[in-house]
Each structure stands twice: as structure tokens, then as C-alpha cells.
Design a protein around this ligand. Structure first.
Ligand code: 13P
Length: 251
């Protein structure tokens, strides 16, 4: 089965309104038609406007960077899955290591967010990955396995097939240190084997697993050429249209 190739940009907390608009327009203008699904993940305030700019471009989709686990209610400052869906959001990044570290998000909470996103007909992009000390101890498979099991394994096979997984080793995020193509391949193959064991070969083979952590135009081609790497979740380099497009084109 041919898996979907995906390049997703996670803008994190960057770009004011005008800069976000300009970046989106520059990406739309430079994007060539291809089979790669390109996803833009701007902060909430940009969603409506980015959607307006990209809505007629095929293979270009919108992601949010978070959502609340409740359907609605008195949660001042929060945004629900239904609100995102109403802005044409197709994907929601969940479980990012920054949300785990700075906002104390646990696998249990993330599992609830995954459920609400799926209930609203959107796709979770579930981030997992180990910090440096865990890698140095050689315990990365154990930790990532636990993150996968606790946040995802309550899902039905049908729902699991709608999930995108992003492996983002914490030590490679924003540090300029990329996992080697071999390290990425090894972890992606391991994640796929866990999905196969829990679900089936069909679900595992259909699942897109993205790599994230200091992906740049110069290293994207080698990482994406690995058998089990189906694309990337891009932070810093998604903030410059030229770099982001070069990454998209490096398949
Ligand atoms: P960088 O590409 O800036 O390392 O960020 C990766 C990331 O966290 C994407 O979600």
C-alpha cells in the first residue's frame, strides 16, 4: 500500500496576522502540484484567514496546534474541536513535547483530546518522542511505546487509521541536532511494528509516520527517503516559505 506523504508546518507561537498572511500567500504561490499532502499549522488567530487563502488549493490542508478536550463550556481562553472543525481545520497537532513540558499534558489527557478530535471528523497528528536522557539510557523504545499505547491503543482500528503519528525526539527539536536517518528509520519501524501487533498489518502499513526535529532543506531528502518515514513535522523551517517549499519538494 502506498502511504500518504505529508509535510506539516508547525508555526508554534510565531507570526502576527500580517506575517502569517504573507507566509501563507508565499507558500501558495510557490507550491507545485504533487501527491504530497502539505499541512499548515498556524496559531488559532490565523485559522480563518489561512483557510480563506488555501481553500481552493488541492493538497493543502489546515491544522490547529491544540484543542480542549471538552466539547464546550466554561473554559475561558480555550478552543474546542467543534470550533476548529467549523473553520475547516482537518488536522490537530496533539501531544507535542512543548505541551507536555510546559503545560503538563499527560498521555491520559492527550487521549481525551484525540477522542474529541476524531469525534469531530478531524485527524489527530499525535506527537511522541524521548528526551535526551532517555535516549542516552537506551530506553527510547520503551518510552515511545508507552506514549503510543497510552494515548492511542483505546482507539478502534477504524479510528486508528485516521491518525497521523509524528516522532519528534525532544533532543532534536529546535536544537539543530537531527536524528540520523538510521535513528529515525529504526524508531519509525518500531512504531509501525507496535501498531501492527495491536491492530493489523493493514492499519500499520497505511499509517503515515512523520519525523520532526530540526528538519531543514539540506537534510529532509535523506530523512524522507527512509522506508518508514512518510514525511515531516517542521518547526523553524516552516516559518520561511522558501525553506518550507524546499522541504516539500525534497521527496
Ligand atoms: P524544529 O523543526 O524547529 O526543530 O521543530 C520541530 C517541531 O517541534 C515540530 O513540531
Amino acid at each position: 500500500m502506498k502511504r500518504k506523504q505529508i509535510v506539516a508546518g508547525n508555526w508554534k507561537m510565531n507570526k502576527d496576522y500580517e506575517a502569517g498572511r504573507d507566509l501563507t500567500k508565499a507558500i501558495v504561490n510557490a507550491l507545485k502540484p504533487s501527491d504530497t499532502l502539505v499541512i499548515l499549522g498556524p496559531p488559532y488567530i490565523h485559522l480563518m484567514n489561512v483557510n480563506r487563502i488555501i481553500k481552493d488549493v488541492s493538497n493543502l490542508e489546515l491544522a490547529a496546534q491544540n484543542c480542549h478536550e471538552a466539547v464546550s463550556g466554561a473554559y475561558t481562553g480555550e478552543v474546542s474541536a467543534g470550533m476548529l472543525k467549523s473553520c475547516d481545520v482537518g488536522y490537530v497537532i496533539l501531544g507535542h513535547s512543548e505541551r507536555r513540558a510546559y503545560f503538563n499534558e499527560t498521555d491520559e489527557l492527550i487521549a481525551k483530546k484525540i477522542d474529541v478530535v476524531l469525534e469531530h471528523g478531524m485527524h489527530p497528528i499525535y506527537c511522541c518522542g524521548e528526551p535526551l536522557e532517555v535516549r542516552e539510557d537506551g530506553k527510547q523504545n520503551e518510552l515511545v511505546g508507552e506514549q503510543i499505547e497510552q494515548a492511542l491503543f483505546h482507539l478502534s482500528a477504524e479510528d486508528m487509521a485516521k491518525v497521523v503519528i509524528a516522532y519528534e525526539p525532544v533532543w532534536a527539536i529546535g536544537t539543530g541536532k537531527t536524528a540520523s536517518p538510521e535513528q529515525a528509520q529504526e524508531m519509525h519501524a518500531y512504531i509501525r511494528s507496535l501498531i501492527e501487533k495491536q491492530y493489523s498489518a493493514e492499519v500499520a502499513q497505511g499509517l503515515s509516520i512523520l519525523y520532526g526535529g530540526s528538519v531543514k532543506p539540506k537534510n529532509a531528502g535523506e530523512i524522507f527517503s527512509q522506508e518508514d518515514v512518510d514525511g515531516g513535522l517542521i518547526g523553524g523551517a516552516s516559518l520561511k516559505a522558501d525553506d518550507f517549499i524546499a522541504i516539500v519538494n525534497s521527496f
